[in-house]
Design a protein around this ligand. Sequence first.
Ligand code: AMP
Ligand code: ZN
Length: 237
Amino acid sequence: MLYLVKFFLLVSANAFKRLMEASKKIGDNSPSPKRIKNNWAKEGSSKDITKKHYWKSGLSQAIMDVENIVASSDTVVIIKDKYPKAKFHYLVIPKVEQLNSARELTRSHINLLKEMQEKAKGLVKDRHPETKFKIGFHAKPSMDHLHLHVVSTDFVSTCLKTKKHWNSFNTEHFLDLPELISKLEENGNLVCYYPTDKDIELYLKKALKCNQCSLEAKTMPNLKQHLNAHAQSSSKM
Ligand code: AMP
Ligand code: ZN
């Protein structure tokens, strides 16, 4: 009997020892939850920054591809917007100027802006003489490399999805080019004219007002349906 008890204790002790060794091995090979968390945090943030930077620089890459180019001159390139927010949506992009936002514009850019305006108007006249367009900058652009939006005012597009999309083109967030040029001619810079970050935040959250009548839509699907109806009735005219 004593022999049996001793044998049982010996087997249990060995099994326990093996179990502990195994768990130690697993522990050595795999990072602790804390280590995993830190590694993810580190990798995540640097990858995110690289990804975001790569994505933000998309327009600088897009103008290098001749297949994207609709028209060009010595100073500017016109491409189609890859995610058009209306039936017709182009971007006029200076080749050399390395500004990222209209906020940085000064008197020294007036000639460039006038050339961008002339090219935009020329394109509209040649390709869409019957269509109304808006021409201007987003006060807070999402992409780097200064780009002028030339967008038809129907705003009928599957890419127009969010309130932010709508308000970015249809509130004071959209800076009309002629007004911007005249402010530069008056003041030499846009310091007093440019909306603050707080203003911009408010503009992007404004109610969804139709750009062609007095309707205020409750939701984006409602507004999109309404814009479709406007487009259909004007195509019948
Ligand atoms: P913004 O909010 O003023 O920076 O607008 C950037 C515009 O660039 C948006 O209308 C996008 O749909 C458009 N866009 C983003 N990536 C590309 C691309 N690779 N080529 C052409 N247009 C693009
Ligand atoms: Zn309407």
